[in-house]
Design a protein around this ligand. Structure first.
Ligand SMILES: O=P(O)(O)OC[C@H]1O[C@H](OP(=O)(O)OP(=O)(O)O)[C@H](O)[C@@H]1O
Ligand SMILES: O=c1cc[nH]c(=O)[nH]1
Ligand SMILES: [Mg+2]
Length: 209
């Protein structure tokens, strides 16, 4: 079964409290989403492979280590975009793909409207990002697209995960580790929203409601 990492870091706890607060406005919400995404990526890159390199310092040659895999970020539009700048702060050379999905409000099923991925995506370790993992339908479908393109190493990063979504991903994609800044262990409400959650992440990031 895949790993579920849920952060217990005091910085993330504090920022999650601000994200959950209904009084937090768009500017601050967007900034904090980026900060939490960076902190989460720090954890999610911990096990990446390393290679030795020789670096000439002003004094002598040092044996150093650098990441030994090609990387890509793939945000699930639209809300996943809110995490991208935070990730690029740590890995500015990563390639970026986009998968456009929205969740049908009635059926809660994901509807695809866009997909553009780096040509060599199958050679890359892919960080798939979406702030919210609710029913898991959107992440499940996005992982399916990546696998259909031959991607073998996928790590899913989200700000808030719910039990239903985690169980769905672990059942359908046991090879994909999940990194969440927080986890809400309860049922979704009648509209498929995470409880207590943080509301509609896309609307809060982009100020559309
Ligand atoms: O786990 P699920 O039940 O699929 O729900 C999560 C999805 O719902 C939200 O997207 P939404 O459909 O609101 O689109 P948006 O990002 O354009 O706001 C969120 O950003 C996820 O993509
Ligand atoms: O709670 C939820 C569930 C799905 N999408 C969101 O933005 N929030
Ligand atoms: Mg939304």
């Amino acid at each position: 079964m895949s790993k579920l990492f849920v952060s217990e870091h005091p910085l993330i706890h504090t920022k999650m409290a601000m994200l959950r607060d209904e009084q937090t406005g768009t500017k601050e919400f967007r900034e904090i989403i980026g900060e939490v995404a960076s902190l989460l990526l720090y954890e999610a890159t911990r096990d990446l492979p390393l290679k030795e390199v020789q670096v000439k310092t002003p004094i002598a040659t040092a044996t150093c280590k650098t990441i030994d895999t090609k990387l890509a970020m793939v945000p699930i539009l639209r809300a996943g975009l809110g995490m991208t700048d935070g990730l690029l702060n740590l890995l500015p050379a990563a390639k970026i793909g986009h998968i456009g999905l929205y969740r049908d409000e009635t059926t809660l099923e994901p509807v695809e409207y866009y997909c553009k991925l780096p040509l060599d995506i199958e050679e890359r370790t892919v960080f798939l990002t979406d702030p919210m993992l609710a029913t898991g339908g959107s992440a499940d479908a996005a992982i399916g697209f990546l696998k259909a393109r031959g991607v073998k190493n996928i790590i899913f990063l989200c700000i808030l995960a719910a039990t239903e979504g985690v169980e769905r991903l672990q059942k359908n994609h046991p090879d994909v580790d999940i990194y969440a800044a927080a986890y809400d262990d309860g049922s979704l409400n009648e509209h498929g929203y995470i409880v207590p959650g943080l509301g509609d992440a896309g609307d809060r990031i982009f100020g559309t409601k």
